[in-house]
Design a protein around this ligand. Structure first.
Ligand code: NAD
Ligand code: MG
Length: 406
């Protein structure tokens, strides 16, 4: 029945999560219709999605890209092209919209995630950076508006599946829970020496052994900052403290995280490493939808290994924990410094092992403020980017001197 279909807006629709979300939606055209799609500047990809999904609106953040899409879209497509933050706000807060997939990468995703939460939508949250930066604001908006937040990050989705959940409100409860076991693949450099990591290239860092993802999160996975961000994310979503979370390296990425109970039970959520499983769970909740993911073959998997994370070789995990403990805007600063450092590494400006140096120096130089408003959080983000950029420049100069270039 057409009218019973849920209207979904997908933010970051041309990215890895966005494309997987549309793949699941396409399998359930009886349940879901696309209201809005949004991307930064990928005209060709968004054009193809508009033709396939016929959304009411498509938003391009980049003005020239919006113009180009407008020119290329057939006049009878039924899709109106919007541009920038105002367009994003329109497809997030419109009364017809029921569900928002927040899958923009990085700090840029915070205002739209916050707007979706404030408007009382069902928020499928992939954009972990928004919780790391503005967890206090985002969770407050969810509570005040009665929005429903469903975690899409595979670990948090797994924890959500293994936690006691109050079905009426879709909030998890910690009744009987003694620990959360957050699994990490260990990334492509899990067994590398520090000296080898010094020479790691962006291509090596982005070659994740189990998951196919965007470049920024791939580098985060290689440095274990992804696990640090996820630790903070778990604290906000499930109202935990870092002491209640153990990070467990599990190289096969079959168990996506676990919840341990006081009676000794440990519940794990397992499956092939394919983001369509958590996406389908978020879209269908509380129903289980076909997702296109192949069934798990445990015999072929044969073994599941576990080890402790090595915080000596991977200091980003410690830095994220320290930022959470420092509280306030320290988490936004940590996130911003990481984004600057990752971009500089991907750009060939700094070494992989310099990423934690930039973050540590930036955290040390920035004040910690109360994150009372989006403006305070955004200004901490802006200031931290300036400091981190100076750190990158200093490291580049040192590197040049080492190589005898100046
Ligand atoms: P990606 O780089 O593949 O895609 C990013 C998307 O965001 C693109 O559609 C891009 O056009 C859009 N975008 C970029 N900058 C924008 C801006 N300023 N304004 C509006 N849109 C913008 O990234 P991804 O791997 O899909 O990750 C998206 C988010 O989901 C990240 O926060 C990531 O941490 C999280 N996540 C991803 C995975 C995964 O498997 N890829 C898993 C868990 C969580
Ligand atoms: Mg994850």
């Amino acid at each position: 029945m057409q009218s019973a279909r849920r209207m979904v807006s997908v933010l970051g629709s041309t990215g890895s999560i966005g494309v997987n979300t549309l793949d699941v939606i396409a399998r359930h055209s009886d349940r879901f219709a696309v209201y809005g799609l949004a991307a930064n500047s990928s005209v060709a990809a968004l054009l193809a999605q508009c033709l396939a999904f016929r959304p009411r609106y498509a938003v391009m953040m980049d003005e020239a890209a919006a113009e180009s899409l407008r020119r290329q879209l057939p006049s009878d497509s039924g899709t109106e092209i919007l541009q920038g933050e105002a367009g994003l706000a329109q497809i997030v807060t419109a009364a017809e919209v029921d569900t928002v997939m927040a899958a923009i990468v990085g700090a840029a995703g915070l205002p739209s995630a916050l707007a979706a939460a404030g408007a009382g939508k069902t928020v499928l949250l992939a954009n972990k950076e928004s919780l790391v930066m503005g967890g206090h604001l985002l969770m407050q908006a969810v509570r005040e508006s009665g929005a429903r937040l469903l975690p899409i990050d595979s670990e948090h989705n797994a924890i959500f599946q293994c936690m006691p959940v109050q079905a009426a409100t879709c909030t998890s409860s910690l009744e009987g829970v003694s620990k959360v076991l957050l699994t990490a693949s260990g990334g492509p450099f899990r067994a590398w020496t520090r000296a080898r990591m010094d020479e790691a290239t962006p291509e090596q860092a982005c070659a994740h052994p189990n998951w196919s993802m965007g470049r920024k999160i791939s580098v985060d996975s290689a440095s274990l900052m992804n696990k640090g961000l996820e630790l903070i994310e778990a604290c906000w979503i499930f109202d935990l403290t870092p002491e209640l979370i153990d990070v467990v390296v599990h190289p096969q990425s079959i168990i996506h995280s676990m919840v341990q109970y006081r009676d000794g039970s440990v519940l794990a959520q397992m499956g092939n490493p394919d983001m369509r499983t958590p996406i389908a769970y978020g879209l269908g909740w509380p129903d289980r939808l076909v997702s296109g993911v192949a069934p798990l073959d445990l015999i072929a998997t044969a073994r599941l290994d576990f080890e402790a994370p090595d915080e000596g070789r991977f200091p980003c995990l410690r830095l994220a924990r320290e930022a959470f403990d420092a509280g306030g805007t320290a988490m936004a600063v940590c996130n911003a410094a990481n984004e600057v450092a990752v971009a500089a590494f991907l750009d060939g400006q700094i070494r992989f092992t310099a990423i934690p140096l930039v973050i540590e120096q930036t955290l040390a130089q920035m004040p910690v403020l109360e994150p009372i408003s989006l403006a305070v959080v955004e200004s901490a983000d802006t200031d931290a980017r300036l400091v981190a950029t100076e750190q990158v420049a200093a490291l580049m100069q040192q590197g040049d001197r080492r190589m005898g270039l100046v």
